[in-house]
Every structure is written in C-alpha cells, then in structure tokens.
Design a protein. Sequence first.
Length: 174
Amino acid sequence: MGIFQGFLDQPEVELIGVEAGGKGLDTGKHASRMLTDRAAAGIAQGYKTMFLQDSDGQMLDTHSISAGLDYVGISPILADLGEKGRVRFEAATDDEVLAALQLTMKTEGIIPALESAHAFAQAIKEAPTMSREQAIIINMSGRGDKDIFTIAHAFNDPSWQEFIIRRADEYQRR
C-alpha cells in the first residue's frame, strides 16, 4: 500500500501500481498478477488474493529482477483496489527497470531499490504525456544499496567484478 494510503480518499489523484513485467508479459517470465489472464483468485499462505496459477490452482513460476516483486501473489488490498478501479496497474520489464535505475543514478544521484525502480520506469514512460501542471509522486520505498550485487551483475560492470574478487581475496587472507 505504501504511499497510496494517504491518497485513497482523493479521487482526483490517480494511483498507479507497477508490477514486475520481468522478461515481458508475453513470455510467462514475469510476476504481473493484475495485467494477465494467468492470475485468478485463490487462497494460499492464509489469505485470499490474486495469484498467478494454472487451471488446477497450482502456483506458477515468476520472474523479476527485483526479489521483492518476484512473488506469485499480490496484496489483497491492492487486488481489491485494482478490481474496483481505484488503482491502475502497469508493468515494467527488467530492461525498463534497469534503464530507469541507471537514469536515476546519473541524474539524481540516488540508487532506488529495484522494487521502487519499477515506479521510476513507469513515471519516465508517462511524464512526456503530462502537462506542466501535473505532478508525479514516486514512492521510493527502499534503498538500492541492498540490491547492489544484483544491479552490478545486471550492468555487467567489470570494475565491480574486480572489486568483488579483490575483496574476496582479502577476506580469504584473514
């Protein structure tokens, strides 16, 4: 729910949830529950919500660069708000997330968590269509330093790889 809670009673504020589009919604390698026909209501782990599942109710594999979004279900509250039309859902692919992350690091000097980078990706997509009077608020719910190994691996940064090897060697010599 995050930042949505403060705007639920303000219908003039559009709430947009950005799901994990992974490798693309058409690939089956994603974690998008609200935008695909692979999700259905189900009960698991003690709660009822929308889960990615097959016709027998077996949970499907998911994929996201973000560990926090790589899950088969969605918050029951968010699912309800989506079904009621209060929250519009979109999806950002891993590639879009990495591009948004890189842009945010270069232009803002911050490293958002990969979960939050999904929101940045959607904001970057939608900003050009908006008027100057409109505003975007992004809930940056976490720091990317906790994702730094995933991020470095995704960017295939040789200097980072050399740093990790050097640090590992230092730890082995202790």
